[in-house]
Design a protein around this ligand. Structure first.
Ligand code: ATP
Ligand code: MG
Length: 461
């Protein structure tokens, strides 16, 4: 915590001088003990929010009160965000189950209503930032053992806030911890209660889960406990589906393998788009098979169905449009490579592959390579070699032309001038024609492009 002395010191003195208690709590304490303290600091206090506001007024660089209804005052100091929440002891509305915010009088009340014991540790911050570790619920033991347990019974806790069931899987994914058997059993019994939670809260946790270092374990926990069946049903539906090569028996296990492979191929930061695409890349398989009972699944059909299913699910989860589009596009494109027998693609096919991927190309490379891992080592090696070949083709073509930005050889103005037409839908059609031509044949001379366009125009009218 030394790294935060410049905040803890003055803040501790400020609260002590006013006669209030101040504790660092929750994720901040957990992460500090794990040696991965984030830059944001969460505190709890017995001071009421208006007192906290008054205390911070002369000290923080900036403060705001969006969380004031929940007793939280937020501020920024030295570029770091701090949140100070008045002790809470929530009651839950028996009908709506929404929390009724009530201020508690003791730290213990506040800690016991938290989600897991490892998130219910505190450090009392005295004057000049002197710290004293407070852990009435055994959070440190849980942390050392790597287990998730609830402060009260898991049933009571999850009944109060079912989101905690999803948070359990999220912490599995972030920390690599395991749920205590009683926690897991309660989730299995209560999984459908997750339906009470708003989509926004669910999605925020899902994102954190899939970005976790142990994302595969987190997804597996979601599926095994039955939570996934409520919020991401297509993923557990892949269990025991046999894929068309009969190579990996279980498309679900294969999806987890590909997710792990994709994570291993990341360079640096966790890649949300790549991870979702890896998890969902074969989402269309079960459906494709149901719709084509005769067997023989065409790649194309699978691509279209898969991308559609991805869109439907991610839209339901209210993912941002760009994120949804990118993930769906990767799922759509990931199989095309399997039509690439070594060197068989025309330049046109290579161009279309690069153009359709656009900015996603580096991720597409990773996704396809992650997918080229079958149980059969020799087949996997041969697939990788074939993909090496495709990447070489792309690089070679990129030396001859600007592959990253394939555009028609004539722009809108040139089209209007040549055809003698005003701006309008016909210009768009001509532009599209030229773009297709450019994809098929590569860069044309201006003369050839004009000749082709005039021939197209004459055939049209
Ligand atoms: P991170 O900020 O890294 O995502 P965190 O543990 O800090 O992880 P937050 O959502 O920021 O998670 O919550 C801060 C703290 O508030 C938690 O550590 C926990 O003590 C408590 N908390 C958060 N959500 C809940 C919940 N649904 N039920 C009970 N306690 C919660
Ligand atoms: Mg936090």
């Amino acid at each position: 915590l030394r790294a935060h002395d410049d905040i803890l010191g003055p803040l501790g003195s400020l609260f002590a001088a006013a006669g209030h208690e101040l504790y660092l709590v929750g994720g901040s304490v957990r992460d500090a003990l794990l040696g991965r303290l984030s830059s944001d600091l969460d505190f709890t206090t017995n001071a009421l929010p208006e007192h906290v506001q008054a205390l911070l007024a002369g000290w923080a660089d900036h403060q705001w009160d969006t969380g004031i209804d929940f007793g939280t005052v937020s501020a920024v100091k030295h570029g770091r965000q701090i949140e100070i929440t008045t002790f809470r002891s929530d009651k839950y509305d028996r009908v709506s189950r929404n929390p009724i915010v009530q201020y508690g009088s003791t730290l213990e009340d506040d800690l016991v209503r938290r989600d897991f014991t490892l998130n219910a540790m505190a450090v009392r911050i005295g004057p000049d930032g002197a710290g004293e570790f407070v852990d009435p619920l055994g959070g440190l033991d849980a942390l050392l053992e790597g287990v998730l347990d609830t402060p009260t019974t898991p049933e009571a806790s999850f009944d109060d806030d079912p989101l905690r069931m999803l948070r359990a899987a999220r912490f599995v994914a972030q920390l690599g911890f395991t749920m205590l058997p009683r926690v897991r059993a309660a989730i299995e019994n209560m999984a459908e209660q997750i339906d009470r939670i708003t989509v926004e809260r669910v999605t925020a946790e899902l994102d954190k889960l899939i970005l976790g270092e142990f994302a595969v374990d987190g997804i597996d926990a979601l599926c095994e406990t039955g939570i996934a069946a409520r919020i991401l049903p297509e993923v557990p539906a892949m269990t025991l589906e046999i894929d068309e090569h009969h190579q990996h028996k279980d498309v679900y296990q294969h999806s987890l393998t590909v997710l792990q492979q994709a994570i291993d191929l990341e360079d640096g930061d966790p890649d949300l788009v790549l991870r979702w695409a890896a998890l969902l890349h074969d989402i269309g398989k079960p459906d494709t098979k149901r719709n084509e009972p005769g067997g023989g699944v065409s790649f194309h059909h699978h691509e279209v169905v898969g991308a559609k299913m991805v869109r439907r699910r991610l839209r339901a989860l209210k993912f941002p449009k760009k994120l949804t589009d990118d993930i769906a596009q990767l799922v759509f494109l990931h199989l095309r490579f399997h039509g690439y027998g070594k060197g068989q693609w025309t330049d046109s096919a290579v161009r279309r592959y690069v153009t359709d991927a656009g900015d996603l190309l580096p991720r597409l490379h990773k996704l396809v390579r992650a997918d080229c891992t079958t149980r059969n080592k020799r087949r996997a090696a041969s697939l990788q070699a074939t993909y090496d070949d495709l990447e070489r083709r792309i690089a070679a073509l990129a030396e001859q032309e600007d592959l990253a930005r394939v555009r028609p050889d004539l722009d809108g103005n040139a089209i209007m001038e040549l055809l003698g037409i005003p701006a309008g839908p016909q210009v768009g059609e001509a532009w599209k024609f030229l773009k297709e031509l450019r994809l098929d044949r590569g860069p044309l001379s201006r003369e050839d492009a004009e000749k082709e366009l005039l021939a197209w125009w004459a055939a049209k009218s």
